[in-house]
Design a protein around this ligand. Structure first.
Ligand SMILES: [Zn+2]
Length: 131
């Protein structure tokens, strides 16, 4: 069972709803921007490698922003899943109760502050350096 009250869970669920709508709106905006691009000109009538490279760059930047939002939506969906399973607010690493304040700031948080710090430190360490 969760350490959070019904009321607290309900308000956190509303935060998830808000964040989901915001992420979806951003994706729609991004998709709209992309549709406005003279995309056929960028990709369809490539005259040399230089043009092709710049078209690729535009697509990559778009994908990066879209990717962030899609990742956020996945986090939100995962948080909802934890709500259904009554695992919401429980750290996935150490099973400690995640503080309400942290959840209000990060409704998708799946780790307690300690485990998140540890996770980020591990992730950022030189031995895990990303390409
Ligand atoms: Zn933890």
């Amino acid at each position: 069972m969760s350490h959070l009250s019904e009321l607290e869970l309900h308000s956190l669920e509303q935060l998830l709803d808000q964040q989901e709508r915001a992420a979806q709106a951003l994706i729609r905006t991004e998709a709209g921007d992309r549709a406005d691009l003279p995309f056929a000109e960028l990709t369809g009538e490539v005259s040399d490698l230089g043009d092709e490279a710049s078209a690729d760059l535009i697509v990559d930047v778009d994908n990066a922003m879209m990717g962030l939002q899609l990742e956020h939506l996945r986090d939100i969906a995962a948080a909802r899943q934890r709500l259904r399973e009554q695992q919401y607010g429980i750290c996935t690493d150490c099973q400690a109760e995640i503080a309400l304040g942290r959840l209000q700031a990060y409704p998708t948080a799946k780790r307690c502050a300690d485990c998140q710090t540890l996770h980020e430190r591990t992730f950022a360490s030189p031995s895990h350096a990303r390409m």
